[in-house]
Write a protein that binds this ligand. Structure first.
Ligand code: VGL
Ligand code: ZN
Length: 201
């Protein structure tokens, strides 16, 4: 494992772990529930290490352009303030967490946590240079957030076992992971990250 041990300058970005993206939700992602335990372990250790955690949430107006009723590709999901938009109850939410709401405008889709949210500036102000990304969905918001983070000059490490894909076309998730890796994102396992966090001071 070549990853530099996490420390000051690193942030954890947990993408869209919300009820509507869990199995049985309005836009349920297969296996989405399987990533909760590993993400919680990372969040707990990350907070113990004094490092910043950001949670993103898809936070759409009621008639968002991505919804089928408006000709978009998705069933209505993650309507701001609705139960489906709440963070999955089992997710550990630290007291000092940063919340990033995205795709909040009626006529604009935004898969990336960096699109119109001010996140890059928030990270820079906090002295962040590298972002560890986990969550949903591999082929949409994780992929877009990874691309934008790298475009904005951050290093990215994707927790490859703590993401799940929508897979509208089978293989979309695997292709997204391959693309992220090919464009410079590091792929790491939760176990390797936890081991690195436990290593030394
Ligand atoms: C997402 C589809 C629609 C995501 C959000 O969080 O990946 N996917 N809205
Ligand atoms: Zn959405």
């Amino acid at each position: 494992m070549t990853m530099k041990k996490p420390g000051p300058g690193d942030a954890l970005l947990v993408v869209d772990v919300q009820n509507d993206f869990m199995p049985g939700g309005a836009l349920g992602v297969k296996g989405g529930d399987e990533i909760i335990a590993p993400i919680n372990r990372v969040i707990d250790r990350w907070i113990s290490a004094g490092l910043p955690v950001f949670l993103t949430r898809d936070w759409h107006p009621a008639a968002h352009c991505s919804f089928a009723a408006r000709g978009g590709p998705w069933p209505a999901h993650c309507v701001a303030g609705s139960p489906g938009a709440e963070f999955f109850p089992a997710l550990h939410i630290p007291a000092q967490v940063g919340i990033v709401s995205k795709a909040t405008r009626r006529s604009e889709e935004a898969y990336s946590a960096f699109h119109g949210t001010g996140l890059a500036d928030r990270l820079r102000v906090a002295g962040i240079q590298r972002v560890f990304i986990a969550g949903l969905a591999t082929d949409y918001c994780v992929r877009a957030s990874t691309a934008d983070a790298m475009r904005d000059g951050f290093k990215v490490a994707v927790l490859q076992d703590a993401v799940r894909a929508v897979d509208v076309t089978p293989g979309d998730g695997a292709r997204a992971l391959a693309e992220m890796r090919a464009t410079g994102a590091e792929m790491i396992s939760t176990d390797d990250l936890l081991a690195a966090l436990g290593r030394g001071a």
